[in-house]
Design a protein around this ligand. Structure first.
Ligand SMILES: Nc1ncnc2c1ncn2[C@@H]1O[C@H](COP(=O)(O)OP(=O)(O)O)[C@@H](O)[C@H]1O
Ligand SMILES: [Mg+2]
Length: 390
């Protein structure tokens, strides 16, 4: 088929032609935004899942939805870099600029801007000019303690949002990358917002390690969130995700071809976008058959290896590769014990602890709540075996 008109979207954060299987969570996000706008309390929301399951796409969708309904949405992706706070401050500034400057709210918006300016000065961030004359918010967000200053800054924004009949929603992607002080700052802000009936909430997304970050940040933090596991799609949703975009563009696909795609992708969204994309390009007639899927599989595999898997594998030392490869020999449906990996490699457990820690930091593996370790990338064991045959 015409490659120019290919509707599929394999790629990080690329909005799929059909956002399949996420209606329940979209509804949860809508309720959170809507209730906050009404001044009612609702727990903040954390979207947790492996790489490539569609967290970023979902987060952006929820933010857009909320914006349309009157939420002042701040959307950021945390990179675990110096620039994270600058980006946060910049997005907050942009968000404040969207609040109506009607005279009744002007003073609280002005106050929020000036607290933001304090915050920015305190942490030597550069987000450019404010372009308006600001009152002085003396002593607020100037302690130099991130936890305190960030929470004060966010609360000032929430007050400004409230006075203009809006709510402030923080949409934070790759939340696991946030320094613990930043996480604490947000949690403290949410905590006080709940007590003071201020319209502030968080929708965070990222790897399963978010749970332990939240747990470590404040004793009361875990109870402040609804957790939503974002995972692979079921057979019917895979059908929807593949068939709808094809049908909408004049191509059909047989049910047993969908079965084949489902079996090969296990329903993981990134993988099925790649299948859709390659099947479209290769299609010579309609409907696409199961045989077509089998014929296309090697191309899909090559593309996934070089685009999806390889990017994770590039910054990995040889010690770490050895560790990751050893993990591939274990069943992947349960967490793997580091001691087992050590035994397999014939090494002392103590020499592997730093390797394990480094792989967790790099987001290649995580430690599920019940202990042990697992890959953060779906079907990574097969990739390891392909790249490093025994
Ligand atoms: N619900 C869905 N249905 C179909 N495709 C999806 C869905 N969610 C995400 N995708 C596709 O999956 C890929 C990965 O999405 P992304 O949001 O980047 O995942 P994550 O942030 O979890 O790594 C993208 O190509 C996207 O178009
Ligand atoms: Mg993402």
């Amino acid at each position: 088929m015409d490659r120019l008109r290919n509707p599929f979207t394999p790629g990080a954060g690329a909005l799929p032609p059909e956002l399949a299987g996420r209606s329940a969570i979209i509804e949860d996000g809508r309720v959170l935004a809507g209730r906050t706008l009404l001044g009612r309390y609702e727990k903040s929301l954390l979207l947790i899942g492996l790489r490539g399951v569609g967290k970023t796409v979902l987060l952006k969708h929820l933010a857009e939805d909320a914006r349309r309904n009157g939420v002042v949405a701040v959307v950021i992706e945390v990179r675990n870099a110096e620039s994270d706070f600058e980006e946060l401050a910049l997005r907050v500034k942009e968000a404040l600029c969207t609040i109506d400057f009607a005279s009744s709210v002007k003073s609280s918006v002005n106050h929020a801007f000036s607290v933001l300016r304090n915050f920015v000065k305190t942490f030597s961030l550069n987000i450019g000019d404010f372009g308006i004359s600001l009152e002085t918010a003396q002593g607020i967000a100037t302690s130099g303690k991130m936890e305190l200053d960030l929470s004060e800054m966010l609360l000032a924004c929430a007050r400004a949002a409230k006075e203009s009949g809006k709510a402030m929603g923080l949409y934070v992607d790759e939340l696991q990358n946030f320094q613990i002080e930043a996480m604490r700052g947000i949690i403290v802000a949410l905590h006080f917002a709940a007590q003071e009936s201020l319209p502030l909430y968080l929708v965070g997304s990222g790897l399963p390690s978010i749970r332990s970050l939240v747990g470590k940040s404040k004793t009361y933090a875990e109870r402040m969130f609804n957790y939503s596991d974002i995972g692979a799609l079921c057979r019917d949703d895979v059908d929807l995700a593949i068939t709808m975009p094809m049908n909408n563009n004049g191509l059909d696909i047989a049910p047993d071809a969908i079965d084949e795609v489902f079996a090969r992708t296990r329903g993981y969204p990134y993988f099925l976008q790649e299948y859709g994309y390659q099947l479209w390009n290769a299609a010579e007639g309609s409907p696409i058959s199961a045989d077509d899927v089998r014929r296309t599989a090697p191309v899909v595999q090559d593309r996934l290896d070089s685009n999806f898997f390889a990017v994770r594998f590039e910054r990995i030392s040889s010690r770490e590769k050895e560790f990751l490869r050893a993990m591939a020999e274990f069943p992947q449906n349960v967490a793997i014990q580091t001691s087992e990996v050590a035994r397999r490699l014939g090494r002392d457990l103590s020499t592997l602890s730093p390797v394990r820690a480094s792989l967790i930091r790099k987001g290649m593996i995580y430690s599920p709540e019940y202990g042990g370790i697992a890959y953060t990338v779906p079907m990574f064991a097969d990739y390891m075996k392909r790249m490093l045959p025994a």
